[in-house]
Design a protein around this ligand. Structure first.
Ligand SMILES: C[S@@+](CC[C@H](N)C(=O)[O-])C[C@H]1O[C@@H](n2cnc3c(N)ncnc32)[C@H](O)[C@@H]1O
Length: 410
């Protein structure tokens, strides 16, 4: 009989079933071609028959110059092992559900139709018994056999189960893997993930914080549209995170606004100014600033330093954030302010144009000296090193000491 843990895992896995469309994968992957030459790519949450991640890499195997493509599927998935192709190969009997893996080392014109494409991959899977094999366990990405495949791989690319994002990302780090994964944007605020962003070990990909349409299994009771008999749901705040270097994070944000005390009030409980829009970050301010988290989409670590995030207790301590306080809270309530805030909470508060405001989702940042012309920004810079070597590297020079009061560079 299934115990509670098994049941809740199954329930959780059921909710994680939504499938990425090829166009969304292509729109992101187009920026990463140079990373894949001679690399082993592992899609470790991907039923090869269902996953467009697998299809993308299989179809582009030669174009990207891949060394190997591995995909594993998870057997609580409603489609795992239900494919006719597997039954017809005699690997599974009807009604048997089992996790399996596919490993492809080359894609040639196996069906002799004059072109190399997915038809060749299908032909390969059906005719080469070394390509598809059953896993011993259930295909859990943490299982020993999948962990061994992970160790063998260079880059993991997938859309993992969102309910397990935190553990999934930390697992990839434990294994020192390069990755590009689709996820919910909220992940940037996770207590264990944000430090990776702060330390430049993880950053946002090209497409971030968008509403994306996913295909869903038939049993989903809520969906937004049905196209050709397939249910689709629109999911907000979807983006990509990666630790593969991309051009975008070397491009400076153009700053044109200048600092003044009215547009950029100081927080009541932190020595930093509040910036309401990323485009309005003042070009002449070198102290600490709180900016909306959309900043991370344009974050160039040569131009700015990330210091912390509102809502993560560790940074409230490190940056000496005060409590909200009775005074601000009663003014806020009198002005009709809502939300579950208490005077004892350590979270950023500000008074803008005489009105107490609770800024939403702030990242705390500071400009680096010289807008990208950081001393040490050469090949020895920690920013150009492998994450594992960065800890031992000397810290990058900080921005000039800010003016004691407001941090405007003199
Ligand atoms: C959000 S879906 C995405 C599927 C596929 N990667 C795609 O993008 O179309 C996440 C997938 O992870 C699978 N999954 C859930 N828990 C897993 C685990 N512990 N190990 C491996 N895969 C898991 C689910 O069955 C589901 O198919």
């Amino acid at each position: 009989m299934a115990n509670n843990k098994t049941l809740s895992n199954a329930k959780r896995a059921k909710k994680d079933e939504f499938y990425t469309q090829l166009v969304d994968i292509e729109n992101e992957l187009v920026h990463y071609k140079e990373h894949f030459r001679d690399k082993v790519v592992f899609c470790n949450c991907d039923d090869p028959y269902e996953s467009n991640f697998f299809k993308y890499f299989a179809a582009n195997f030669n174009h990207l110059g891949l060394k190997k493509l591995i995909a594993t599927c998870y057997d609580p998935s409603p489609i795992a092992g239900r494919q006719l192709d597997i039954f017809s190969q005699g690997i599974l009997s009807e009604n048997e559900r089992k996790a399996f893996k596919i490993e492809i080392k080359e894609v040639v014109d196996t069906n002799n139709d004059g072109a190399i494409n997915l038809a060749d991959v299908e032909y390969l899977i059906k005719n080469d018994r070394n390509v598809l094999s059953l896993l011993e366990g259930n295909g859990d990405y943490k299982s020993k056999e999948c962990e061994m495949l992970l160790d063998e791989s260079d880059i993991v690319v997938t859309n993992p189960p969102f309910s397990q994002l935190n553990d999934y990302i930390l697992f990839l780090y434990k294994h020192h893997k390069k990755f590009l994964i689709m996820c919910n944007h909220n992940v940037v605020h996770y207590t264990e993930i944000f430090p990776l962003i702060k330390n430049n070990e993880l950053w946002l990909g090209y497409n971030s914080n968008k509403t994306v349409r996913f295909a869903m299994p038939d049993y989903y009771e809520k969906w937004d549209e049905i196209i050709d008999g397939v249910k689709y749901g629109k999911v907000p705040s979807i983006g990509w995170i990666t630790n593969l270097d991309i051009k975008k994070r070397h491009e400076d944000l153009i700053l044109y606004k200048t600092y003044n005390e009215i547009d950029y009030p100081k927080y009541e409980n932190l020595n930093a100014i509040d910036v309401e829009r990323v485009s309005e970050i003042p070009c002449d301010y070198y102290g600490m600033m709180g900016v909306p988290d959309t900043f991370l989409d344009q974050y160039n670590p040569m131009q700015f330093e990330v210091l912390g995030a509102d809502g993560i207790p560790r940074y409230a301590e490190e940056l000496h954030m005060g409590r909200i306080g009775e005074d601000w809270l009663s003014r806020y309530r009198k002005n009709g302010g809502t939300g579950h805030y208490t005077a004892n909470m350590k979270s950023l508060v500000v008074t803008r144009d005489g009105v107490p405001k609770k800024p939403y989702s702030r990242i705390l940042i500071r400009r680096r000296r010289g807008d990208g012309n950081v001393v040490g920004a050469n090949n020895d810079s920690p920013l150009r090193m492998e994450p594992s070597k960065r800890d031992a590297a000397p810290a990058l020079p900080m921005a000039a000491e800010p003016d004691a009061e407001y941090g405007v560079k003199k």
